[in-house]
Design a protein around this ligand. Structure first.
Ligand code: AMP
Length: 567
């Protein structure tokens, strides 16, 4: 083996023909973090927004969850941050509608900004204010807050806004819908006039224009392109989306592949890490999957393609970058393991099947919170995507029984069966013929892999678009709206094997549960944090979904034992 071969630079491996994060002028600490996270290329919204925001422009951006909008504003905000600056007052303020989003966005800032030593604090109602006060006192660079709590802290004199250089309004339409308009005005008025203001929103209603006119200065505008992919050129592709909580995705994918039985499929993931992990999981489940991403050498990629073409592998798990330019004749299915970050990328991906008059299949796994992105894709791509629930264990069993019945029928019609007659006759002395037949079917069924040992996958739908009362009062600064209510019906208690010792706080658990399942913060009941474990109360019907989802994820960077608490 030639160990002197030059190592391939993943940013320059021939497949990377679009602009890279490095082309956007991001500093090395940020590039390093992005490489470690396995991000291969900027999403369209990032490509446009990052240079503008980094240069200090005000921005009005239309983007839904799933487009990569969080990185689109947090990277340039971090870019403008003086590394390890150590001042007390925050220089960036991000306002978000819900506590879940506050946790998610501050985690994103933290992930991207840790090499810069960025100090990020999420601030939201429902959590003890004392800790937030203490952190503010110690000094932070970026505050990610819900408007109610931000105003509360501002009025107490604990949140200083006089050094704010950038304000980001994330999901601004949601904030207006929740009645935060006046709070937003009050907060923005307390920041320096020459600050930069960045506003992101999934929709652009008129009221939002008014807000933008009041607070943004000559903003650049970014809107998702509307004109691509004329319906006429759309290939013949059956398009389906399944709503799946993140933690249940590997199992759901396995089940869908079982039912679809593709000849050859390509599964698209967002990052290299996801490609590697998913390939491993699929192989562990008995599929023949091969990874393909920008971190692999040309030789490795050629080998993978060879195995797919020769039929030694039937699934290719790939990032967009790595799959660019690939043309695979026998491809029948395209699977989007995540909703693609832009409609254009959806159109590119599904364009790989349904060629030359053959029918192709496109399958998208969408998390409950990604409804809007899917709607946008439908609109822009001129596609009709039918939303289905993941096949249940019962569906799967019925399908397997169908296969067994078909095999038996074939055998009855064609095979030489006479040599087994003696077996049936002997048994018939002792048993009813029906029973003999049943036992034989069972053996045949099990022999073709029909063992019934599957776990149920939680059936979830998309989250309701808005479950917050419109215009719910706009005065005062009394903590948070909507108030934390806790579950309404029967509840279950979950045991999570991480506690105070691991630095776990209630917000971490709320963040993990709402981020990974269909639950919202207000569905979660009491949370007890003990030294080595925590107990969380959630609605009983969601318990299995949440257990699965939490098992599959990390909480505070650690894997936790999660089960129903039997105490
Ligand atoms: P957002 O639209 O901000 O909610 O982001 C959606 C998801 O995409 C998040 O899980 C991000 O970590 C991920 N993501 C954002 N940008 C990229 C990128 N350039 N490459 C891969 N994944 C990304």
């Amino acid at each position: 083996m030639n160990t002197d071969a030059p190592t391939t630079d993943p940013q320059d491996d021939g497949s990377q023909d679009g602009p890279t994060f490095a082309d956007l002028g991001l500093r090395p600490e940020l590039l390093q973090a992005l490489t470690a996270l396995g991000y291969e290329e900027p999403t369209p919204i990032q490509l446009e927004a990052i240079p503008l925001v980094a240069e200090g422009r005000d921005l009005l951006g239309q983007a839904a969850t799933g487009t990569g909008k969080t990185a689109a504003f947090s990277l340039p905000v971090l870019q403008r941050l003086e590394a390890h600056r150590g001042g007390r007052a925050p220089v960036a303020l991000v306002l978000v509608p819900t506590r879940e989003l506050a946790v998610q966005v501050s985690e994103a800032f933290h992930r991207y900004g840790k090499d810069l030593g960025a100090r990020v604090l999420p601030v939201y109602g429902g959590a003890p204010i004392v800790r937030q006060l203490r952190s503010l006192e110690a000094g932070v660079d970026v505050v990610v807050a819900t408007p109610g709590r931000a105003l509360d802290l501002l009025n107490r004199g604990s949140l200083r806004l006089d050094e704010i250089a950038t304000v980001v309004l994330d999901e601004a339409d949601e904030m207006l819908d929740m009645g935060f308009a006046e709070d937003l005005d009050a907060i923005l008025d307390a920041t320096p006039e020459q600050r930069q203001t960045v506003l992101f929103s999934a929709t652009m209603p008129r009221r939002l224009d008014a807000l933008a006119r009041r607070h943004l200065r000559d903003p650049a505008r970014i809107t998702i392109a509307k004109e691509r992919a004329a319906a006429g050129e759309a290939p013949r592709v059956r398009q389906t989306a399944y709503v799946v909580p993140r933690g249940a995705k590997p199992a759901a994918l396995g089940r869908i592949l079982d039912i679809e039985a593709p000849t050859a499929a390509i599964v698209f993931c967002r990052t290299r890490e996801e490609v590697d992990t998913l390939t491993e999981t699929l192989n562990g489940r008995g599929y023949r999957a091969e990874p393909l991403h920008g971190g692999m050498s040309q030789e490795q990629r050629d080998k993978v393609m060879g195995r797919l073409r020769s039929g030694t592998a039937d699934l290719l798990v790939a990032t967009d970058v790595a799959a660019r330019g690939l043309d695979i004749e026998q491809l029948t299915h395209v699977v989007n393991y995540d909703v693609p970050s832009a409609p254009e990328s959806y159109v590119h991906r599904i364009g790989r099947v349904g060629r030359a008059g053959r029918e192709g299949v496109a399958i998208t796994l969408a998390e409950p919170r990604e409804h809007r992105m899917l709607k946008t894709i439908e609109k822009v791509a001129g596609a009709t995507i039918s939303v289905q629930t993941v096949p249940t264990v019962a569906d799967l069993r019925a399908r397997r029984l169908d296969l067994t019945r078909a095999a038996l029928r074939e055998s009855l019609l064609g095979d030489e069966l006479d040599r087994f007659r003696v077996v049936v006759e002997t048994l018939a002395d002792e048993f009813d013929l029906m029973e003999v037949a049943l036992a034989a079917v069972k053996l045949a069924h099990e022999a073709v892999g029909g063992a019934d040992d599957d776990e149920e996958i939680p059936q979830v739908g998309f989250r309701p678009e808005r479950d917050n009362a419109r215009g719910a009062g706009g005065s005062g600064a009394r903590g948070e709206r909507p108030a934390r209510r806790g579950p309404a019906g029967p509840t279950a208690k979950l045991f999570v094997g991480l506690g105070r010792e691991a630095g776990i706080r209630p917000g971490d658990l709320v963040g993990a549960i709402t981020g990974e399942s269909g639950l919202r913060g207000k569905d979660i009941g009491s949370i007890e944090i003990h030294q080595r474990f925590a107990l969380v109360e959630i609605p009983e019907p969601a318990a299995d979904e949440v257990v699965q989802a939490l098992r599959a994820t990390m909480i505070k960077g650690r894997k936790a034992t999660v089960r129903r608490d039997r105490a």
